[in-house]
Design a protein around this ligand. Structure first.
Ligand code: ADP
Ligand code: MG
Length: 342
């Protein structure tokens, strides 16, 4: 069986690295000229509307998946007619727009932060009247790693933002939380589900810095309940992640990532079947593998440059992942996993 992946970054790399031992073959399609996967299968460089190239790619793949939810909906929908795309394009559509996503949380009775769509300065002033400062203004589409976000603490901040009315925006109340957590789950084509430990995440400047998995976290039952509702509503196949704020008033949903997630990288070392292996199993039509963790793991992202492997690997309980990217400030270059307890 050949699996096609849209995108050729580190998530595609780790998906392929987990599927190759199962005897699966991989092929990649990406608009970027640089990639982390050339040693793992054929790479086509092409735009997401280059149908000559996309059709040829689809004709060689039994099933297509993706590493990034910002791929145009139309591309996923039309590819699904040429071959099979999992997760389904409709599931992705819901998470491409922060307003649609937060409206879905409300529909499913999943508590979220106070929010409103912003088309004008008047919309923003009306929201401030209701909830006060501080706020966070976000582009509805195409944001990731804190990009396209503006913190608003006073009227002066509003005067400095020049995108209001020019692009679809959402504003949220900036809330106080005790922890940021994520739950990663997987749903198979036979509708079985499995979940990994709650991940406790620390962000620096909107980018994930560190993750710790928490065995038997008290928030697990509720987080699982919310993610199950989402998986069922979206009739989801594959791995999906829900990011949540843990507050004094309970859990608040922040966002969905309809894919494998940076906070789940520890599952490669920490479980029988990693998030990557389970995503592949789900989309290939296999049964799910066990998600129980062997212990407690810490994952640290290497941003901007990779550490010296000689030093990292001098500690026997550390593993080293180098995505083989060209260094750029703030770029996710690799990660280190440390076994804290087994
Ligand atoms: P991205 O798609 O960039 O991950 P997020 O909505 O997850 O976007 O925002 C990135 C980070 O910014 C979050 O992980 C959190 O640390 C902070 N953040 C986002 N929204 C809020 C909010 N409403 N209140 C408090 N912190 C927030
Ligand atoms: Mg996020």
């Amino acid at each position: 069986m050949k699996i096609g992946i849209l995108g050729a970054g580190q998530l595609s790399r780790m998906l392929a690295l987990s599927g190759i031992p199962m005897g699966l073959e991989f092929e990649f399609y990406s608009p970027e000229t640089e990639n982390c996967v050339s040693s793992l299968g054929k790479v086509t460089v092409g735009a997401y509307d280059d149908w000559a190239q996309l059709n040829a790619f689809a004709s060689r793949c039994d099933v297509v998946t993706f590493e990034n939810e910002n791929i145009p909906f139309e591309t996923l929908r039309d590819l699904d007619e040429k071959t099979v795309v999992y997760p389904k394009a409709k599931a992705i559509q819901q998470s491409q727009d922060r307003l649609v996503e937060k409206t879905l949380f409300k529909l499913l009775d999943i508590p979220t932060v106070p929010f409103r769509a912003i088309e004008s300065r008047d919309d923003l002033m009306a929201f401030i009247e209701e909830v006060g400062y501080p706020l966070i203004l976000k582009t509805r589409r195409n944001g990731y790693d804190g990009k396209g976000q503006y913190k608003i603490e006073s009227i002066n901040d509003i005067d400095n933002i020049n995108i209001i009315g020019k692009t679809p925006l959402i504003v949220e109340k900036m809330i106080n939380y005790n922890r940021e957590i994520s739950i990663i789950g997987v749903r198979s084509q036979s509708r079985d589900t499995a979940f990994y430990d709650i991940c406790e995440n620390q962000h620096v400047n909107g980018v994930l810095h560190k993750t710790l998995n928490k065995q038997r976290d008290p928030r697990m039952p509720l987080a699982k309940n919310y993610l199950t509702k989402l998986m069922n509503e979206l009739n989801y196949f594959g791995v999906i992640t829900l990011e949540l704020f843990d507050t004094n008033d309970g859990l608040l949903a922040n966002e969905i990532a309809p894919r494998v997630h940076n906070s789940g990288h520890w599952t490669i070392e920490g479980t029988v079947c990693s998030q990557f292996a389970n995503h592949i199993r789900a989309i290939a039509g296999y049964q799910l593998g066990a998600t129980d963790s062997h212990g407690t793991y810490e994952m640290i992202n290497m941003l901007g440059k990779v550490a010296d492997p000689l030093e990292v690997l001098s500690k026997p309980h550390q593993t080293f992942h180098d995505y083989q990217k060209t260094p750029k400030p703030g770029r996710k270059m690799g990660h280190i996993v440390t076994v804290l307890k087994i």
